[in-house]
Design a protein around this ligand. Structure first.
Ligand SMILES: [Zn+2]
Length: 279
């Protein structure tokens, strides 16, 4: 295990929130970032080896497919160089949708099983490097997508700075991550399904993700949230736990439908634009 400073502000002062299965979850006293500390010393290497869970869904449902095509369609105003990069491309579902829409779609991935799959989806367009260190010409892509990835990274700030570098001025970053400041986390406590200290080592909230994007130089930051989830889980060994209170079940659906109007949903969807000096 290795002790780390806050990735967002560099502070070494933090407050312990809770321990789950041996992993200490702390909050930075200076900026409020929540992260696992200490963490596994070989964290990035273990992400390369982790199983099919890291690859995303094996099959897409028709609504998922439709949502993906919609996601690609809304990128249209950003198409100038015709190039999109997905950081942590998993099984390549988004890459396949982008290809269908005529984009030159590149995938960045380190998980060995996902890499095999991506080589089949879009041969010759796969970069096998960590998000913090990958090399691409500056300003060479219109859009970077990074979904359910940033919580796995040893240094989100270095990764987002690197993404900012490869985006062209006026280019778009779209990212999704779990929301530590969500109703789901509050209701479920440390057993919340997304708290797995071996994998999810940085847990953002609307305030901390905004701070990171501003720090790196992004503008036009938009944050929305969705979903209320009652799943509770342990990971070492892996097992689902029963819902904390059955009384909550009748409310799940109605809360799920309305929580998107707030910033308390358990999935955060964020977009940000690289400043364009021409404007
Ligand atoms: Zn901090």
């Amino acid at each position: 295990m290795v002790t780390v400073a806050c990735d967002l502000c560099g502070s070494e002062e933090h407050t312990l929130l809770f321990v789950k299965e041996g992993f200490r979850h702390v909050r930075c006293r200076r900026c409020g970032l929540v992260f696992v500390n200490p963490r596994l010393a070989d964290h990035t290497q273990s992400q390369m080896r982790s199983g099919t869970g890291a690859m995303g869904d094996e099959f897409l449902t028709p609504p998922q497919e439709k949502r993906l095509m919609h996601e690609v369609a809304v990128l249209e105003p950003f198409r100038r160089l015709n190039r999109v990069l997905e950081v942590g491309a998993g099984r390549g579902w988004f890459i396949a949708a982008a290809l269908k829409a005529g984009w030159d779609a590149w995938a960045l991935e380190i998980n060995s099983q996902a890499l095999e799959r991506l080589a089949a989806v879009n041969p010759g367009r796969v970069i096998k490097e960590p998000a913090e260190d990958f090399q691409c010409d500056p300003g060479c892509v219109d859009v970077v997508r990074m979904w359910d990835v940033i919580e796995h990274l040893a240094s989100p700030s270095r990764a987002v700075a690197n993404i900012h570098r490869v985006l062209r001025p006026g280019g778009l970053l779209t990212l999704a991550t779990t929301n530590f400041a969500s109703l789901s986390r509050w209701v479920n406590g440390p057993e919340w399904v997304y708290l797995n200290g071996a994998d999810h080592i940085v847990l953002f909230e609307p305030e901390t993700i905004r701070r990171l994007l501003i720090q790196v130089g992004f503008t036009a930051i938009s944050i929305r949230t969705r979903s209320f989830n009652l799943r509770r889980k342990l990971y070492h060994p892996e097992r689902e736990l029963p819902v904390r209170s059955k009384l909550l079940l009748p409310f799940r659906k109605i809360v799920d439908e309305t929580i998107r109007l707030t910033l308390y949903g358990h999935q955060m969807i964020v977009t940000a634009v690289k400043k364009n000096n021409e404007n």
